[in-house]
Design a protein around this ligand. Structure first.
Ligand SMILES: [Ca+2]
Length: 414
């Protein structure tokens, strides 16, 4: 779904590619300096001589459950032990968060409104911070006729209701999708209480409409809206959004721009917003998103120049980390800084994956707003077809295996 025309054959080849490096801790990346030039590639390519065993393995978190193409795992922060899985074709399922759970209820079914397949579908779910009181949750989905991304609110009759009526939908925001791919899709609430929305560049290849750099387009952006206000109809604009009252009529919803297909964004424990931005042909990147920042696409792919045509600026923020398409890695799945308690070795590290190769890595940054100079560690050589990471109410981390329909978690390696 986030990949670029990868055939099943390619995936299976990538999965069995003879890459033997188990652990490689490479120094690289050039931080987030303005207008940074291409530097040494932050690429894991050779086995480290003093390789340590990975501290974890991936296991099936709920062995009795299977899902149809899961793309999101989350919780409602409502004091119950429930967790929720989003299925790409348009269904949300809920179940009790214990390993032996035998069934998962359908919480919401909007398959008849969603157009799914490839990179389209029901792609994101976020519960209102006050869900236990107001029953509100928010989704991001794609539809046809016309082809659009829709950001909607639904309302549970009570916080503990086992299912939700699709008729409670209120559309907040819609925008056209010129092509079927690169739809971003994540929605999440920040520590500021605002809703963040990740959008792709609209699709095709190479961003032919230059949407990433166009601040009058919703595409190729991180958007930020206030769901508790109504100055834009069913939402409002946070007063300190960076392009409020912009002289060039930039959209006031924009929080950051220059993204290609930010496939999964997350906040860490200190309020930094992380993004995995899927690359074009060569480089996958991890970004720490700052308010008003230009993350470079289509001027740059990672730290390398891609296409300067139509764009005069070169003052862009580079990734904290990038990796190449060597070794069968093709499409980054942005993850989450681990802040649980079960795995000491992962605490404070950004855990992410490549959708095609199935590799899972841990990125170690410093505590500064830019993350400084990061180091990277390979955790797992093939965990699965990892479409997303999610947390439960205790901040333990889960991985969605898109192809196998499983939810995975880490366990101490044997
Ligand atoms: Ca970039």
């Amino acid at each position: 779904m986030i990949y670029k025309a990868i055939s099943t054959l390619f995936l299976s080849l990538a999965a069995t590619a003879g890459v033997s490096s188990l652990i490689a801790t490479a120094c690289g990346g050039s931080g987030s300096s303005e207008d940074s030039q291409p530097t040494q590639a932050a690429v894991v390519s050779t086995p480290a001589p003093a390789a340590k065993a990975a501290p974890v393995e991936a296991v099936n978190a709920f062995p009795k459950l299977t899902f149809e193409q899961p793309v999101e795992f989350t919780h409602a922060n409502d004091g119950t032990n429930r967790v929720f899985v989003v299925e790409q074709e348009g269904r949300i399922r809920q179940f009790d968060n214990n390993a032996g759970v035998a069934s998962a209820d359908t919480y919401l079914d909007i398959k008849n409104r969603v157009t799914s397949g490839g990179e389209m579908g029901l792609l994101g779910l976020a519960f209102h911070p006050q869900f236990a009181k107001n029953g509100y949750f928010y989704v991001n989905y794609t539809k046809n006729n016309p082809r659009e991304t829709v950001i909607s609110r639904f309302k549970a009759a009570s916080a503990k209701a086992p299912s939700v009526d699709p008729a409670t939908e209120t559309v907040l925001l819609k925008f056209k999708q010129p092509y079927s791919n690169h739809n971003g899709g994540k929605v999440l609430f920040g520590p500021d209480g605002y809703l963040y929305i990740a959008t792709g560049d609209g699709g095709s290849g190479g961003d032919p409409q230059n949407n990433g750099q166009n601040r009058q387009s919703y595409l190729g952006k991180i958007l930020r809206i206030d769901v508790n206000a109504a100055d834009k109809g069913n939402y409002g604009i946070p007063k300190d959004n960076p392009f409020v009252d912009d002289a060039q009529n930039a959209l006031p919803e924009i929080y950051a721009y220059g993204l290609r297909n930010p496939w999964r964004i997350s906040f860490d424990g200190q309020g930094r917003l992380w993004a995995g931005d899927v690359g074009q042909n060569k480089l996958e990147e991890i970004d720490i998103i700052r308010k008003g920042g230009n993350y470079g696409w289509r001027i740059k792919e990672g730290q390398s120049t891609y296409n300067r045509e139509g764009n005069s600026t070169t003052a862009v923020i580079g990734p904290i980390w990038q990796y190449s398409h060597d070794n069968g890695d093709v499409s980054v799945t942005g993850g989450q800084v681990y802040r649980g308690k079960a795995h000491d070795a992962l605490i404070g590290k950004y855990i992410y994956a490549d959708y095609a190769s199935g590799r899972v890595w841990a990125l170690t940054a410093d505590g500064s707003p830019t993350g400084g100079k990061a180091t990277n560690q390979l955790l797992l050589n093939r965990a699965g077809t990892i479409s997303a990471f999610g947390e439960d109410a205790r901040n333990e981390l889960y991985l969605c295996d898109h192809a196998e329909g499983r939810i995975l978690k880490f366990a101490p390696s044997k």
